[in-house]
Design a protein around this ligand. Structure first.
Ligand code: HEM
Ligand code: HEM
Length: 232
């Protein structure tokens, strides 16, 4: 019995130590899980868009299918070839929509992470903090501006992600939500358009992280993997 109590005590102590460690981390395990999960799903989603806009795009795909099937001995009209390409395109959109559901679930998870995070780890707090430093610190104005720019970029990205999730789900469930054809079409256009600033964010972000890692923020990528230690 005493041995069991001792084990329970050691276990509790272990949890306490790890909780303390977690609280001191720069990026919490939940934020890291979201970050890498979100990265993978967005990349997956982009691959589906890339496939549909290259392999299954318009007339060239139809001509290719018709030629291949004719060479194989089938008698296929351009309309039949187009129907096949369209079917394949729809299959790929189906995969895109599955990625979309996961992305929507991850976005919800990110909101919960934000609500449950310590005040100083919240993205809004980090932004306001950077704004305060920028407004008050005259000596390091350019560094403060750079930090503020990064935090602003994250806020813009989260807003774009929200738009992607809302418009994507609305198009996916347009019938059940009784959304008219024309509204659904407009939402799809907004959805498609927002991909470009998201691509811009990814390029800036990955490039920025690369330069930060090489210059003044060594270990930043490792911190996003292992958690890192906070300066607070
Ligand atoms: C689809 C690709 C990606 C997206 C959408 C993305 C998004 C984000 C977001 C929104 C944050 C801010 C997290 C927060 O504090 O709320 C962040 C931070 C970070 N990301 Fe990414 N990320 C992507 C890819 C990558 C890759 C490939 C790397 C590593 C090479 C990376 C490394 C980091 C690091 C180190 C941070 C912390 C930077 C800081 O403290 O300012 N990310 N990312
Ligand atoms: C950052 C992530 C995402 C990117 C880059 C992206 C990109 C795109 C693009 C470029 C299109 C084509 C739009 C057009 O034809 O005008 C599209 C279609 C679509 N997306 Fe997304 N999307 C993302 C996330 C989502 C999410 C979260 C959902 C929610 C389920 C979703 C659902 C859809 C649906 C239903 C379509 C229409 C497919 C069809 O034409 O049958 N997407 N997406």
């Amino acid at each position: 019995m005493q041995k069991q109590l001792q084990n329970v005590f050691i276990f509790q102590f272990y949890i306490y130590i790890n909780m303390k460690k977690e609280a001191q981390q720069k990026y919490s395990p939940s934020l890291r899980f979201w970050h890498w999960g979100n990265t993978l799903v967005i990349l997956g989603s982009l691959v589906t868009v890339l496939i549909n806009s290259t392999l299954f795009d318009g007339g060239s795909a139809r001509d290719f299918v018709q030629k291949e099937l004719t060479d194989a001995g089938a008698n296929v009209s351009p309309e039949q070839a187009r129907a096949l390409v369209h079917g394949l395109e729809d299959q790929v959109w189906g995969i895109h929509i599955y990625f979309g559901y996961v992305l929507a679930a991850l976005f919800l998870y990110r909101i919960v992470v934000e609500i449950r995070a310590d005040k100083n780890q919240r993205v809004i707090h980090k932004f306001l903090d950077a704004l305060k430093t920028y407004s008050s610190n005259q000596a390091f104005k350019s560094t403060a501006r750079y930090e503020l720019g990064i935090k602003l970029l994250y806020l813009v990205f989260y807003t774009l992600l929200l738009i992607m999730v809302v418009t994507g789900l609305s198009v996916a469930f347009d019938d059940s939500l009784r959304i008219s054809r024309s509204l659904s079409h407009s939402l799809k256009e907004i959805h498609g358009f927002c991909m470009y600033p998201i691509l811009g964010f990814i390029v800036l972000h990955v490039g920025g992280v690369y330069f930060a890692e090489r210059k003044n923020k060594k270990g930043i990528v490792s911190d996003m993997i292992n958690g890192g230690e906070t300066n607070n």
